[in-house]
Design a protein around this ligand. Structure first.
Ligand code: C2E
Ligand code: MG
Ligand code: MG
Length: 625
């Protein structure tokens, strides 16, 4: 479809083939029937000649009495003239019928039948073509009618294909092509999509008029950040080539901008076919790419929307394919996801949260909850701070709902600053009550760490509250909705670590926290994701991964913290495996600052004999980079 059908293919359509065949058949019928009429006149002439020649030679030029009766049924024979050389005499003639004369006439016509016994004798038969012509006209009419109907039917079937071909024509104008990849640019792709959308919706295979796909590369930002924009361009060109090669020239492919592409498939049989095709495209795009002397890879996330022509504007169609792509990213990347209505609802919810979030920050609707962390001897070693949003109409909103939105729109930066400020104020207030807490953990998103002002902002807040870097631990949370990490975040983390802030890797094992990162950064703690902890003792529990994570922390000389501990069995298993710290609802649920003060007073009472309860954790031994 890309590039369109060749002019030859376009001209010789099935409808035209049928029309030409009908016309040829008519011509053939005309010739055959005319020849038939002539042959019949000749046969009549032969019969008449035989009657004449049965007579004695003396009367051979006269009409035998039986001649008129013999010719009566042969209505097309108008007259018979018997000729000896050039001398002719009329032997039979119907009313007003002329004998044969020389000259050209279309109707009636004359044929000469030569005598086989008398050389030089012949019979001229004048015969009428009118009846034959009427017959021919009737037959031709029937053939043309049937041919015309068939041609029209074929044409109607062909129309959507032509529309497809027209709508998927790859633009030839340089202004319509993306200069880097040679694919359609956004404007040209949208114009082609619009043409397809507005073309007459005729029944096609299945119940859809095609599939609109939104492609977004995974890891592209990392390539750009680590190897530079020229390398990024090489990747985009390679991906474009692979898309063209895999999808074929018949498919409309556009580059919408950056690392986003769109594809319109018009001849699609089923979702299963598209899924299969998506797998092949992802596989091809994910193959290593040679960029000068280095080799790197990108991935591909695909959102797909089954379109129905004329149902909605192309903006809404693209939005739906984009939402499905977002879902593909959110749920692990490198996959194809079809649009579902629920995604639209979720996106509206996100939009609402986004709108409300700005106001929430202005009005300081956020507050902090705290969850204590314990060592293997059930002594409190710190607390993790968890932000909450007291929404004016919805009540308390979980961070799982609004943190991803804040990360996506950048509001996480002012929100993060507000959190650090609130946590520092709470820690100072706690200590003012003579409750000794060695440090508070704070969750920070990668987006915050990529902010060049982050370190100075933190220092400024700490100074304002009279606190030290050792009072704070940062937990790095990686949202899967974010596009990887660049060098900037690592620089920030290294600066924080050098200044004495503790660094913990949160949700280890479930997200993108990689072992490579542990080597790269000075990390104090690994927080083992609660998914692994909560699997302990369950029917298909496989201890291998948990044991591996705990062994890893021991080898690196850093602490392991089990998150989401809910049962005594889990604690027993974790302790035996050598896990150093626990956090979870079994020990204490997250609580407000006021509740924490009361709770700590009780704990202080319980542990008054234990000098180590409120003491800072041991001197940290950073894993070497
Ligand atoms: P996280 O850092 O892994 O926090 C632990 C989450 O597990 C908390 O959910 C906590 O309430 C929950 N949890 C603790 N113990 C248990 C348990 O025994 N069972 C179960 N089922 N859950 C338990 P929460 O407060 O909803 O926070 C969710 C996530 O939101 C956090 O996961 C963190 O990634 C993020 N978050 C929270 N506060 C902040 C913040 O101030 N800044 C940033 N950037 N992210 C935050
Ligand atoms: Mg955390
Ligand atoms: Mg966690």
């Amino acid at each position: 479809m890309q590039g369109g059908a060749s002019p030859k293919e376009g001209w010789l359509t099935p409808a035209r083939v049928v029309s030409i065949a009908a016309v040829c058949l008519c011509v053939l019928m005309l010739v055959i029937q005319l020849m038939g009429a002539r042959a019949s006149a000749e046969a009549d002439g032969q019969a008449a000649l035989a009657l004449i020649e049965q007579q004695p030679a003396s009367v051979s030029v006269q009409a035998p009495p039986s001649l008129a009766a013999a010719m009566a049924p042969h209505q097309s024979v108008l007259s018979l003239s018997h000729c000896a050389g050039s001398q002719c005499s009329t032997l039979f003639a119907r009313e007003q019928a002329e004998p044969c004369t020389y000259g050209v006439s279309f109707n009636p016509q004359c044929v000469a039948v030569r005598s086989k016994t008398n050389v030089g004798y012949s019979l001229l038969v004048r015969f009428d073509l009118l009846a034959v012509l009427k017959d021919i006209a009737l037959n031709m009419g029937a053939v043309l009618l049937v041919g015309g109907v068939v041609a029209l039917w074929l044409k109607s079937r062909q129309a959507p294909q032509q529309t497809r071909a027209a709508s998927t024509q790859q633009a030839k104008q340089p202004s319509e092509l993306d200069a880097l990849t040679g694919l359609l640019n956004r404007v040209a792709f949208e114009a082609a999509l619009k043409r397809h959308n507005e073309s007459e919706a005729l029944p096609t295979k299945g119940s859809t008029d095609g599939c609109l796909m939104y492609f977004d590369l995974d890891r592209f930002k990392i390539i750009n950040d680590t190897h530079g924009h020229i390398a990024g361009d090489v990747v985009l060109k390679t991906v474009a080539k692979r898309l063209k090669y895999t999808l074929g020239n018949d498919v409309l492919i556009g580059r919408l901008g950056g690392d986003e592409f769109a594809v319109l498939l018009v001849d699609v049989a089923s979702q299963a076919t598209i899924e299969q095709m998506g797998r092949v495209v992802i596989e091809q795009v994910s193959k290593p790419i040679q960029i000068d002397s280095i080799t790197d890879t990108v991935g591909l996330s695909i959102g797909a929307y089954m379109i129905h022509r004329g149902e909605m504007g192309i903006g809404d169609m693209l939005h739906r394919a984009d939402l499905a792509m977002y879902e593909a990213k959110r749920t692990g990347r490198g996959r194809l996801v079809f649009f579902e209505e629920a995604m639209d609802t979720a996106s509206r919810k996100r939009a609402q949260i986004q709108a409300d979030l700005k106001k929430a920050l202005e009005e300081r609707q956020m507050f902090m909850a705290y969850q204590p962390q314990f060592d293997a001897f059930d002594s409190i070693r710190g607390v993790e701070s968890l932000v909450r949003w007291r929404h004016p109409t919805r009540g308390v909103v979980s961070p799982d709902e609004f943190i991803p939105v804040a990360e996506a729109n950048g509001l996480i930066v002012p929100l993060g600053k507000m959190v650090i400020d609130m946590v520092c104020a709470d820690l100072v207030a706690l200590r003012a009550q003579r409750l000794q807490l060695p440090y508070v953990s704070m969750n920070v998103s990668l987006r915050q760490l990529s902010d060049p002002a982050f370190v100075t902002d933190v220092q400024e807040i700490l100074q304002r509250h009279g606190l030290q870097p050792t009072d704070i631990e940062f937990e790095i949370t990686e949202s899967t909705a974010m596009g990887g990490h660049s060098g900037r975040e690592n620089v920030t983390l290294r600066q924080l670590s050098e200044q004495g802030f503790r660094i913990a890797i949160d949700d280890f094992g479930s997200g993108y926290s990689s072992i490579a990162r542990l080597q790269d950064l000075k990390v104090d703690k690994l927080k083992i994701d609660r998914v692994f902890v909560q699997a302990i003792g369950k029917p298909n529990f496989d201890p291998a991964l948990l044991e591996l994570m705990i062994t890893l922390t021991k080898r690196l000389g850093i602490k392991s913290v089990a998150e989401g501990v809910e049962s005594v069995d889990q604690v027993v298993w974790l302790r035996q495996a050598g896990c150093q710290m626990m956090q979870g609802n079994l020990y204490a649920e997250p609580m407000t600052h006021g509740q924490l003060i009361n709770w700590m007073r009780l704990q202080e009472g319980d542990h008054s004999f234990d000098d180590g309860v409120w003491a800072p954790t041991q001197t940290l031994e950073f894993a070497e980079a």
